[in-house]
Design a protein around this ligand. Structure first.
Ligand code: SAH
Length: 300
């Protein structure tokens, strides 16, 4: 790159790196072909990414931070706390490193920022990443094929709504009322449910993009008939889609998913109240598919 000024070349050769994350472990699900990757970053830190094959092509779930400090009671990613944010290059690097393992004509066509970490607490790098991955001269990924999942960081949701980007916002809801939500997700004490829902409503008004609500079903905790009716009240008049996810059990946390019949009747109950609902297929359950489980096991 001799057309760049000498000082600048010296500075980037000393301070920047072109290394992609290195693939340290790959686990392939025998059940559904889902692949979980443990990637090692330039400083030895490790992050997880999960590649899922759907009828439309590949969807990749990437991490946004090394570890997480949100403290959700059911999540393995948060057990060791947060070590650092990922750079925009490391967000991109997860996609490029994993695409290299695909056939030459295969591409990652959807990206979900739903791996370890809270993306809206790594806001600037997330935005740089979104602009780069959707750039025509880069991977040119469709902006509509990007989903960002948050535990409900209200200022981040509001900022994102003002960016004018057609990405899908997913909110990790997990409880229809404040006390239960706060007991499962400590961050809810800082951003109460009514404020989070208002921010999501405003996100829809500003972007025209319907928010997806994630609801991990935890046996005996948030899966009763009273939760169905509270959800019915909460979503009355709200354009929304609820994704039900039977909890991925994490050994250390002692929480379990409900039996499949209960998951199905929960979904039926929501449909009866007019809520648009899908049960997320639990992919990769045999390969430590839940957030943070593989990284944690490999570091023990
Ligand atoms: N911090 C962001 C994104 C990372 S977590 C967020 O909270 O949305 C990605 C999703 O996985 C969230 O919906 C989270 O609540 C969910 N999750 C975490 N642990 C889980 C588990 N053991 N089983 C099912 N879903 C889980």
């Amino acid at each position: 790159m001799t057309d760049l000024p000498k000082d600048f070349r010296r500075s980037i050769s000393q301070n920047e790196s072109l290394l992609l994350p290195e693939i340290s472990v790959v686990r392939t699900s025998k059940k559904d072909g889902t692949k979980k990757f443990l990637l090692t970053l330039y400083d030895g830190n490790k992050v997880e990414a999960v590649l899922m094959k759907y009828s439309y092509g590949y969807s990749l779930c990437i991490s946004s931070q090394v570890g997480c400090d949100m403290g959700c009671r059911f999540c393995a990613s948060t057990i060791g706390g947060r070590l650092r944010n990922l750079t925009a290059a490391e967000l991109l690097g997860q996609i490029y490193a994993i695409e290299k393992t695909l056939a030459p004509d295969e591409r990652v066509s959807r990206v979900v920022v739903m791996g370890t970490g809270e993306p809206l607490l790594n806001y600037d790098n997330l935005l740089t990443f979104i602009r780069l991955i959707t750039d025509e001269s880069g991977a040119n990924l469709s902006i509509r094929h990007i989903t960002v999942s948050t535990c409900g960081i209200v200022p981040g949701i509001r900022r994102l709504a003002d960016e004018g980007l057609a990405i899908t916002l997913a909110l990790s809801l997990h409880a229809p009322e404040q006390p239960l939500r706060e007991s499962l997700m400590p961050i809810a004490a800082s951003y109460p449910l009514n404020e989070v829902m208002k921010a999501c409503d405003d996100y829809f008004d500003k972007t025209g993009r319907r928010v997806t609500y994630e609801y991990a079903l935890i046996n005996g905790i948030n899966d009763g008939p009273e939760h169905i009716s509270r959800l019915g009240q909460l979503f009355k008049g709200r354009p929304a889609h609820i994704n039900l996810i039977p909890l991925n059990a994490v050994d250390e946390l002692g929480l379990l998913p409900p039996p499949p019949e209960r998951v199905n009747s929960f979904a039926k109950g929501l449909e009866k109240s007019g809520i648009n609902v899908t049960i997320r297929r639990s992919l990769g359950s045999d390969i430590d598919g839940a957030c943070g489980q593989l990284r944690r096991k490999e570091s023990l």
